[in-house]
Design a protein around this ligand. Structure first.
Ligand code: ATP
Ligand code: LTN
Length: 333
């Protein structure tokens, strides 16, 4: 029977601990989309090594991220959950796409500029090539859409450009993917520096709420969140970035709209808002944390999930690489 569902692709790097920004901007949306699309969700360990990693930690974080995906409600029977390095087609297609990508384009990418400023001791070729590997990820599976946070916009654009460039030179080969941004919470900001996105590798750990933080830490971080001095709870990211960020987080976790959230806090002070967000987030994280811990104690099961994922992902990706090799003139046996 013809498959009518569209293909959805996304990934997260197994670097550091994930923040509620990663959860809101990425994983929590995946859960809602898994019934409507054919989903591929990867653990991007090949991207992770563009910044130096400790091998034992990288291995551990890989399983921990897989357990987190499942604990967040992503069903490994419905979706293809896999590890990027288990599918050699990622490296193969990346190499081919490198020859359709200009050095100047990569030098202009914001993430490359940021990361090379932060890791001056290790500005490696992989860091610069990061967007091409990401394009290969997406294009291998002929993905129709890619749910990501707003910080990934430039990467999705370049993946589209590369796909179109290849399709124009040869013939339609790749589906040109669309980014899928969620309305609220596409960008969660740092609690200490609300003009900047919350990041798992931020210098000040008080600005990021990690999915692994215990209840006290979550509540403490929200209590200390930077706001402003007018004590008026209103959503206005331009002039009130701190308060608006707290409202966004509350709205996502409570599944209420921003205006409902504003009315809920009408007449209340910043202290009330901070405490309410802290308690809500801590309540929502607790069951995810205990399910993740339960899954992590069953390594056999997690390995089974990865084996199934690797098999299905290799099958899909292999088809695309075969097509590409044929079009560019690689002799086939
Ligand atoms: P790093 O700090 O290591 O660069 P990161 O926190 O930016 O990492 P990524 O692994 O780059 O996280 O991102 C994983 C996913 O989470 C992406 O889809 C990204 O768009 C999303 N994401 C990351 N940070 C945020 C945020 N603050 N708000 C919303 N979405 C986010
Ligand atoms: N760069 C992404 C992770 C990532 C990704 C992808 C996201 C790697 N490959 C393909 C979507 C599609 C990030 O999270 N920073």
């Amino acid at each position: 029977m013809e498959n009518v569902k569209k293909v959805l692709y996304s990934a997260v790097q197994p670097t550091n601990n994930l923040t509620i920004g990663n959860y809101i901007g990425a994983i929590s949306n995946w859960k809602q989309l898994q019934d409507d699309y054919d989903c591929f969700f990867a653990i991007a360990n090949m991207h992770a090594i563009t910044v130096r990693q400790n091998p034992a930690e990288l291995r551990q974080r890989t399983l921990s991220l897989l357990a987190l995906y499942i604990a967040c409600g992503i069903d490994p029977e419905k979706c293809v959950l896999y590890l990027q390095s288990h599918v050699s087609a990622h490296a193969e297609l990346c190499w081919v796409l490198n020859t359709f990508t200009y050095v100047g384009e990569m030098e202009r990418m914001t993430q490359f500029k940021d990361k090379s400023a932060r890791h001056t001791e290790n500005i490696n070729m992989g860091l610069m090539d990061y967007p091409v590997l990401m394009a290969a990820d997406i294009l291998l599976y002929q993905a129709d859409c890619v749910p990501v946070g707003l910080d990934q916009r430039q990467h999705i654009e370049i993946a589209r450009d590369i796909a179109q460039r290849f399709n124009n030179i040869y013939s339609p080969t790749f589906k040109v993917p669309e980014a899928l941004y969620m309305k609220t919470g596409a960008k969660i900001n740092d609690l200490q520096n609300p003009e900047k996105k919350m990041s798992k590798s931020a210098e000040n750990p008080n600005g990021s709420v990690f999915l692994s933080d215990d209840r006290d830490a979550v509540i403490r971080k929200f209590k200390r969140a930077v706001t402003d001095s007018d004590n008026l709870i209103k959503y206005d990211p331009e002039t009130k970035p701190g308060v608006s960020n707290l409202l966004s987080i509350y709205s996502v976790f409570s599944k209420k709209s921003i205006s409902e959230t504003e009315s809920e806090f009408e007449g209340k002070g910043y202290g009330d808002l901070k405490l309410a967000v802290g308690e809500l987030v801590a309540d929502k994280l607790a069951p995810i944390q205990s399910e993740q811990a339960r899954l992590l104690s069953d390594k056999t099961y997690l390995d089974e999930v990865l084996k199934r994922g690797a098999y299905l992902a290799n099958k899909a990706a292999g088809r695309t690489v075969g097509k590409v090799y044929k079009k560019i003139g690689f002799y086939q046996l």
